[in-house]
Design a protein around this ligand. Sequence first.
Ligand code: C5P
Length: 215
Amino acid sequence: GRCVVAVDGPSGSGKSTVSRRLADALGARYLDTGAMYRAVTWAVLRSGVDLDNAESVTKVAGEVDLKIGVDPAAPSVTADGIAVDRDIRGPEVTAAVSAVSAVPAVREILVALQRQIIEAAGRIVVEGRDIGSVVAPDADLKVYLTASAEARAQRRSTENAADLAATAADLARRDRLDSTRAADPLRQAPDAVVLDTTELGIDEVVSRLRELLTG
Ligand code: C5P
């Protein structure tokens, strides 16, 4: 039957790995909403419009043809037919994504698309920042993953083979931008189960979530 799991939390909290593994274990689909904000940001950068012009940024978000693959074994994103999986993780997109995702009209467009994907999938694990609070407030299970700033920077710099100090500074900057935006702050759902993954292994987190689902 239908089963929607919302996994929210900051970058480096283990969201992506946990969400994909959980989806695989449940025989469910997997949706990475961060990849959608990143793909729109890629399209905005390609179009050359001014990042500070909310109207132009919204126009790009409304016109770009996004296709999101929801297989947890092989997630994929295309924008206007171009595979952007690699580019959306690069430094240019990462530097600009907080500004693009702060535009309320961009969020409206992507939230509507996310709800369609969830509806069509039925069984799905959705990761992001506002899934339990905004996108799927009726989710069967809401999880909020956290980890210490040090652990998050360590994981991200290992994943991206990037400098630890630079990664820590970038995470701190994005945390600040993502949590102080004026419109639609990315809040933690009050009924989310909070798990600190600093000391927990992936297997342990996934099995705790499965226990929570089966009751
Ligand atoms: O999860 P990830 O680090 O790929 O997300 C990239 C950015 O997209 C975040 O820093 C945040 O600005 C934005 N985002 C968002 N809402 C979501 C998912 C991501 O605003 N549901």
